[in-house]
Structures are given as structure tokens and as C-alpha cells.
Design a binder for this molecule. Structure first.
Ligand code: KG4
Ligand code: ZN
Length: 331
């Protein structure tokens, strides 16, 4: 069984083909980052228009790269939410229509389920059950995962997502969009103990997060300390350490509560090396293991959607003829 995956929920047009026996056959991605950079963030209308231009040529490219014909595809999966409504509609309309034309099942995939399952594409995939820390630009969630489709939300951010906090703080520091990876790079030459940022909501029980206050404290320090290169690096390192500490504390609490021995980190912020290292230390201390996708599959990609769609197809699920998207969609 081969599933074509289409991802257009935000600012990447990404397509992949996953084969149940051979694994990933192809994956292609076009990033709109340069298109939105001047605006300091994603402009939804520009995103939709660009997905319209890029999706079909990329599908053609992915099929060619896999050495296949359209008739070799057994199902078409697309991200149906959460995400930007217009952007989602492009992938959903194209995906649903192609499935109809090819007379194959269509599979509406939840974007965060895609992220959550992305480590399954690696050589040493985690066994169930596991705890998942989903950290992206739009979400920060702790999820108990018993199996495919068996997810329990244990905690989430009550305001900004971790990636959003990285991006907003980076913007305050004058870095370009998306600032998360740039801030992380700057942090490499900074002192993480130089500035004291809060570790929000760690002093009370529970598994929820809050990152908007952290961004405000960063804004105060930036205004007070100026912006020499070293000050910027120290702020970046101290800010990053506060986010990482907060995530580590909550993961430890969730592992304690659930008794799980495996932790999956996924979503854009799971590309952060400091987060990976410090969670690896935590899991080592507890005799468990941490899993994450390769860097290109931490951020949005088509492979995770093709894989999640394949699992849905195996489970006998498929989308009826309605073309619908769910911009806000709890998992
Ligand atoms: O998963 P993703 O590509 O898109 C969403 O579904 O939101 O995540 C993008 C987010 C952005 O906020 C970006 O700044 C952040 O992931 N990010 C990072 C790093 N790489 C990407 N944040 C911190 N450190 C990184 N190395
Ligand atoms: Zn994402």
C-alpha cells in the first residue's frame, strides 16, 4: 500500500509517498519562508495563493522521484487541520479531488498526529506506549500515547506555544522570521545563567504550560540591556534555558504520573539541540529513552502526513466526499 501525503497547513508545501513495505519512497518540500520574511510572520492569504501554485507540481515531482505512476498510489492523505483555513483548504481540495479522480480512498489527517508519529519514520522507532511532547509554532502539548489513534491530552499551553515564544522573543531581538532556529544559534555563544527568566507554572501542580509571560520578561531585559552582540547571545541563552527547563520539569512530572519509560519529542522546537540534550539526560537518569525525528521531519513535512494517512488506511478509515477542513481541531 502506498499513500501520498499532502501538507499545506501553514507556510510549507510538502508532499511525500509512504510505502507500507519499503518505507518512505520520496519527499519534497517548498518553503514559503522568503515570501513571508518581510512581514515578520506568515500572511495567510499569501500562503494560500502560493500553495495553489506549488502543490500540483510538487505532487508530480514526488511521484516521479519515487519512480511511480499515479495509478500506483493506493490512498491520498492530506492535513485537514489544525492550521490556517485557506492554506488547509488548498491541500484538502487537491487531495480529495485527486483521490476521487483516481478512485482511491482519501484520508483527512490531523497535523499534530502527523508530528507525533514522525519518529516512526526513523530506524529505531519507539514502541507503544510513550509520552509525547509536541512543541511547534502553534502547539505545546503533553500527550499519553497508548497506540495509533489512542491519545490522551495530559497538558497544554494556556497561551503561547513554545515555538511562538521563541519566534516572538527573536523578533524583539531584531532577528528575522522564523526566529526560533536563529535564537538557538545565537544562544550557542551566550551565558545561560546571565539573566533570570521565570520557569512559568512549574511551582504549582499540573501539566499545563504558559509561555506568554516569558516573552514579556524577555522584552523587559532587551529594553534595559540594549543589544550588543554579547548581550543578545546571553539573552538568547538564558531565554532558551528557561523554556528548556520548563519543558523538562513538565516532562519529568508527566513521566512520573504515567509511568511511561519512553519520551517522543516532535514538532519544530524538537529540532532544538539544547532541548534534545537535556531531555536525553532526564530519560537516562530514569532508565528510559528519548526519541525524535530527523531534523527535516521535526518541522512541517509531507512524510509525517503520508505515514499517518497510511495508518488510517490500515485501520479502514477514510474520508467521505465532503471537502472540509478544521482550522481548530483538538486531537
Ligand atoms: O512544527 P512546525 O514546523 O510548524 C508548526 O506546526 O507550528 O514548527 C515551527 C516552529 C517555529 O516556531 C520555529 O521557530 C520553531 O518551530 N523551531 C525552533 C527550532 N527550529 C524550529 N525553535 C527553537 N529551536 C530550534 N532549533
Ligand atoms: Zn507543524
Amino acid at each position: 500500500m502506498r499513500v501520498l501525503g499532502i501538507e499545506t497547513s501553514c507556510d510549507e508545501t510538502a508532499i511525500a509517498i509512504y510505502d507500507g513495505e519499503k518505507g518512505l519512497l520520496s519527499h519534497v518540500l517548498y518553503s514559503q519562508i522568503p515570501l513571508h520574511a518581510d512581514y515578520g510572520g506568515v500572511v495567510p492569504e499569501l500562503a494560500s495563493r502560493d500553495h495553489v501554485k506549488k502543490t500540483l507540481p510538487l505532487i508530480k515531482q514526488a511521484i516521479e522521484q519515487a519512480g511511480l505512476n499515479a495509478s500506483d498510489i493506493d490512498g491520498v492523505a492530506y492535513t485537514a487541520g489544525p492550521g490556517l483555513a485557506g492554506a488547509l483548504l488548498v491541500g484538502a481540495t487537491i487531495g480529495r479531488s485527486l483521490a476521487y479522480a483516481w478512485q482511491k480512498p482519501a484520508l483527512a489527517v490531523h497535523h499534530m498526529e502527523g508530528h507525533l508519529l514522525a519518529p516512526m519514520l526513523e530506524d529505531n522507532p519507539p514502541a507503544f506506549p510513550f509520552l509525547a511532547l509536541l512543541v511547534s509554532g502553534g502547539h505545546t502539548q503533553l500527550v499519553g500515547v497508548e497506540g495509533i489513534g489512542r491519545y490522551q491530552l495530559l497538558g497544554e499551553s494556556i497561551d503561547d506555544a513554545a515555538g511562538e515564544a521563541f519566534d516572538k522573543t527573536a523578533k524583539l531581538m531584531g532577528l528575522s522570521y522564523p526566529g526560533g532556529p536563529l535564537l538557538a544559534k545565537l544562544a550557542l555563544s551566550g551565558d545561560s545563567k546571565k539573566y533570570k527568566f521565570p520557569r512559568p507554572m512549574t511551582d504549582r501542580p499540573g501539566l499545563d504550560f504558559s509561555f506568554s509571560g516569558l516573552k514579556t520578561s524577555a522584552a523587559n531585559v532587551i529594553a534595559k540591556e540594549g543589544s550588543t552582540e554579547q548581550v543578545q547571545a546571553d539573552i538568547a541563552a538564558s531565554f532558551q534555558q528557561a523554556v528548556v527547563d520548563t519543558l523538562v520539569i513538565k516532562c519529568e512530572r508527566a513521566l512520573e504520573q504515567t509511568g511511561y519509560q519512553r519520551l517522543v519529542i516532535a514538532g519544530g522546537v524538537s529540532a532544538n539541540l539544547s532541548l534534545r540534550e537535556q531531555l536525553a539526560v532526564l530519560l537516562k537518569q530514569r532508565g528510559g529513552e528519548v526519541y525524535y525525528p530527523r531534523k527535516e521531519f521535526c518541522t512541517d513535512n509531507g512524510a509525517m502526513i503520508a505515514y499517518a494517512g497510511y495508518q488510517r488506511l490500515q485501520a479502514g478509515q477514510q474520508q467521505d466526499l465532503t471537502i472540509g477542513v478544521t482550522p481548530r481541531w483538538p486531537m
